[in-house]
Design a protein around this ligand. Structure first.
Ligand SMILES: [Zn+2]
Length: 58
């Protein structure tokens, strides 16, 4: 039986750290960082507001 690697967490060869981009949250106007490139015509939300919006749904 294979008995190595009890739940390999982070042992994947992922492409290194994610690039973060500075942005201003459209909701609370706080400065935040997002793992994607913010677009000018698209509102960017910080983690807080993002999860809030996700929770409230529609
Ligand atoms: Zn926010």
């Amino acid at each position: 039986m294979g008995y190595q690697d009890g739940g390999g967490f982070g042992s994947r060869g992922f492409g290194g750290p994610r690039e973060m981009h500075k942005a201003i949250c459209a909701e609370c106007k706080k400065e935040c960082e997002v793992p994607f490139k913010p677009k000018e015509d698209r509102p960017v939300y910080c983690k807080d507001c993002f999860s809030k919006r996700n929770n409230s749904g529609r």
